[in-house]
Write a protein that binds this ligand. Structure first.
Ligand SMILES: *[C@@H]1O[C@H](CO)[C@@H](O)[C@H](O)[C@H]1NC(C)=O
Ligand SMILES: *[C@@H]1O[C@H](CO)[C@@H](O)[C@H](O)[C@H]1NC(C)=O
Ligand SMILES: *[C@@H]1O[C@H](CO)[C@@H](O)[C@H](O)[C@H]1NC(C)=O
Ligand SMILES: *[C@@H]1O[C@H](CO)[C@@H](O)[C@H](O)[C@H]1NC(C)=O
Ligand SMILES: *[C@@H]1O[C@H](CO)[C@@H](O)[C@H](O)[C@H]1NC(C)=O
Ligand SMILES: *[C@@H]1O[C@H](CO)[C@@H](O)[C@H](O)[C@H]1NC(C)=O
Ligand SMILES: *[C@@H]1O[C@H](CO)[C@@H](O)[C@H](O)[C@H]1NC(C)=O
Ligand SMILES: *[C@@H]1O[C@H](CO)[C@@H](O)[C@H](O)[C@H]1NC(C)=O
Length: 367
């Protein structure tokens, strides 16, 4: 009763018409703001005043959201639904919000996202926060569908950090042509494939820190190069400094201005290389023969040396033969004579054995 009195008094003071405020919410008509923060709400509050520009329904227990929940809020520009339990986003949930510019769905449990969940009229939406918003990794497939089918062509900031993402579906961002800032930090990404980043021509910042990249192979470097204006953030990935890292180390050395944290990139494996700066790896040699021209030259030199040594040994052998030519000739002759004697001996025995008369003779002699 006293509350109401105080509110009426305030209304009189401000000389404005006091619109009703939903239970458990705080409404400020002056600031055009309504806050229903940490009030254990199980569904979206009804009766939010029409003047509301900024609406905070954060830290509650809301689990479902559809177009019937949000109505009569033509002037709403900022909608914060962070810290709820929203698991299902229905088709056209936000399509009555003609002026929505910022939508914060961080800290939710989105498992089902309708392809047209993010369809918004007039394409005013600029910021979409989905940090820690996905129930599990599988939801990224629904999300990719909704990015393709919802009209988000004026979105400039997309936060997908802290979602445990393992991979990004091909062309997931291909309709987000105005995106300036893409946050993918603290996921479990190991690779970026061909055309994963296509459509991001306007991108200015790409955050990939705190993921699971061991390498950035040439395919990824090509994707990075397809974002000519983007500054990259790549810190805190378990980079493995074996031969496969060389293309990245060289690319990094020539693209330092594009990687904001180039100085902070260090090897995590192998143990001997831990904490070695990636920029130093570019200068050091990893002893990768296929790609290191100096190593190739060393290898060629060693082949030439081996050839020379073998040739020298061959010459010495021939020289020894030449010096011994008389003795060798004599030995060959001796050997030939010995062979002839042996051969003739065999020949004689053979003739003896094959002559029937002689064998008969010997048989009778035996008898
Ligand atoms: C929305 O804002 C406009 C001014 O920008 C105002 O004239 C109109 O009354 C507002 N709508 C509501 C429902 O308050
Ligand atoms: C939404 O609310 C959360 C929790 O209070 C806060 O951290 C976040 O900054 C808010 N987002 C916006 C866009 O105001
Ligand atoms: C998204 O929301 C999280 C948590 O509320 C907040 O820490 C983060 O700064 C927000 N992202 C952006 C780009 O505002
Ligand atoms: C993610 O959650 C959905 C819904 O509970 C479930 O069907 C699916 O198997 C889960 N996926 C993973 C990778 O755990
Ligand atoms: C990273 O994301 C996970 C959820 O996937 C979260 O539990 C954890 O707190 C986040 N870590 C940091 C440093 O933000
Ligand atoms: C990647 O895309 C390029 C053209 O952008 C194409 O030439 C190449 O074959 C593709 N590679 C794979 C593995 O799809
Ligand atoms: C690597 O660097 C970090 C911080 O600079 C330090 O805490 C850690 O002990 C270092 N590890 C090794 C193996 O040098
Ligand atoms: C790294 O770049 C500098 C010029 O910025 C160049 O002088 C140096 O040779 C490069 N190092 C390697 C290993 O390519």
């Amino acid at each position: 009763m006293r509350d109401l009195a105080r509110r009426l008094a305030l209304c009189a003071l401000l000389g404005s018409v006091c619109a009703p405020c939903p239970q458990r919410c705080e409404c400020s008509e002056m600031a055009l703001t309504v806050k229903c923060v940490s009030k254990d709400l199980r569904s979206f509050p009804a009766g939010i005043p029409g003047y509301t520009r900024s609406l905070f329904v954060t830290g509650n227990q809301i689990s479902r959201l559809g177009p019937e929940s949000i109505r009569g809020l033509d002037n709403l520009t900022i909608l914060n639904l962070s810290g709820n339990r929203i698991s299902v986003l229905e088709s056209h949930t936000f399509s009555r919000l003609h002026r929505l510019r910022s939508l914060d769905l961080s800290n939710n449990q989105l498992a089902v996202i309708h392809p047209e969940a993010f369809s918004v009229p007039n394409q005013f939406l600029r910021e979409l926060n989905l940090s820690m918003a996905l129930y599990n990794h599988s939801a990224v497939l629904d999300l990719a569908g909704s990015f393709r089918w919802s009209s988000l062509s004026s979105l400039t900031v997309l936060d997908l950090s802290n979602n445990g993402l393992i991979f990004l579906p091909s062309q997931i961002f291909s309709n987000l042509n105005s995106l300036h800032q893409l946050l993918l930090s603290n996921n479990s990404l190991v690779a970026i494939h061909n055309s994963t980043l296509s459509g991001l021509e306007s991108l200015q910042e790409l955050h990939l820190t705190h993921n699971a990249f061991k390498m950035f192979p040439e395919e990824v470097l090509r994707e990075f190069d397809s974002l000519p204006r983007a500054t990259l953030f790549l810190r805190e990935n378990p980079l493995t400094c074996t031969c496969g890292i060389e293309p990245f180390a060289l690319w990094l050395n020539s693209s330092q201005n594009r990687v904001a944290d180039a100085e902070d990139l260090v090897c995590s494996f192998p143990a001997a290389m831990r904490n070695t700066s990636l920029l130093a790896v570019g200068r050091l040699t990893l002893e990768c023969h296929q790609t290191d021209p100096e190593a190739d030259v060393a290898l060629q030199t060693s082949y030439v040396f081996l050839g020379l040594v073998l040739g020298f040994i061959g010459l010495i052998f021939l020289f020894v033969l030449f010096l011994n030519r008389k003795g060798i000739k004599k030995r060959i002759n001796d050997m030939r004579d010995a062979c002839r004697e042996v051969w003739e001996g065999y020949h004689y025995r053979f003739e003896l054995d094959s002559d029937p008369r002689l064998s008969q003779l010997s048989n009778s002699a035996d008898a």
